[in-house]
Ligand binder design. Structure first.
Ligand code: PXP
Length: 253
């Protein structure tokens, strides 16, 4: 039954590497952060190996694949170079994302509908290697349907527009997320969501019953500066769980 699905938390540790790279040394270590995240209640670790290697490095991916016990979700652009890296390390999952060198972060979802022929072989080759592939898309009916056509088992809905919006626009963005998540479920796709989520914005997204995983990074690493990573992850986890159980109409103990 949909409402009983657990909600997993994937902790994105990219920005631990951003801070490390500011000085070019080895501290702080993303693998240490991943281990700490596991101890604090994360269900998975997400890392984005960008083409320009601005945060996570090839060596980080190798170390994460080797050293962490939690499932690793490798975010990557759909390029032959990234595919070769994924096939070499065989993470539990890969999330295909659009990537532009000039962007500060992943600014929008993949145009799956417009790039079917280019993306389909990547999904197929990752699947053949046993890597569960998700497509990072905007919460848009056309994109969800295209993801289904392409054969991806998972979609991750971009929550950035929802997090950035205010007032009525935010309500509209939340409704788009709800509709896209319901459609994904109807089409047999597993639905994840992420980007820009914070203590303030996570609850409404966590309450959407057909979403089974949230991937959260920047806010958690930023919050860790003030109260520690352990405490930031535990609070996020608690807010997610509370929102999900409130949405189910469960009484708090
Ligand atoms: N999901 C995907 C596909 C992403 O590209 C990112 C950012 O790397 C996230 C989730 C996490 O976003 P944030 O760091 O804003 O929490």
């Amino acid at each position: 039954m949909i409402q009983k699905r657990p909600l997993r938390l994937g902790v994105n540790i990219d920005h631990v590497a951003t801070i490390r790279n500011a000085r070019g040394g080895a501290h702080p270590d993303p693998v240490r952060a991943a281990k700490l995240a596991a101890a604090a209640g994360a269900d998975g670790i997400t890392a984005h190996l960008r083409e320009d290697r601005r945060h996570i490095s090839d060596a980080d991916i190798a170390a994460l694949a080797r050293e962490i016990a939690l499932p690793l979700n490798l975010e990557m652009a759909a390029t032959e170079t990234m595919l070769a890296i994924a096939l070499h390390h065989r993470p539990h999952a890969a999330c295909l994302v659009p990537e532009r060198r000039q962007e500060l972060t992943t600014e929008g979802g993949l145009d799956v509908a417009g790039a079917h022929d280019r993306l389909a072989p990547f999904v197929a080759r990752l699947a053949q290697a046993g890597i569960r592939t998700s497509l990072f898309i905007d919460p848009d009916e056309k994109q969800v349907r295209a993801a289904r056509t392409i054969g991806a088992p998972v979609v991750e809905l971009h929550t950035g527009a929802y997090c950035d919006a205010a007032g009525i626009a935010r309500t509209r963005e939340l409704e788009r997320l709800r509709r896209a998540a319901a459609l994904a479920d109807e089409l047999g796709l597993e639905c994840h969501a992420g980007h820009g989520l914070s203590f303030e914005t996570v609850g409404a997204v966590a309450a959407i019953p057909t979403i089974v995983e949230l991937n959260i990074g920047h806010f958690l690493i930023g919050e860790a500066i003030f109260g520690g990573l352990d405490s930031a992850i535990k609070r996020m986890r608690a807010l997610m769980d509370q929102a999900r159980s409130d949405a189910r109409g469960e009484k708090s103990a």
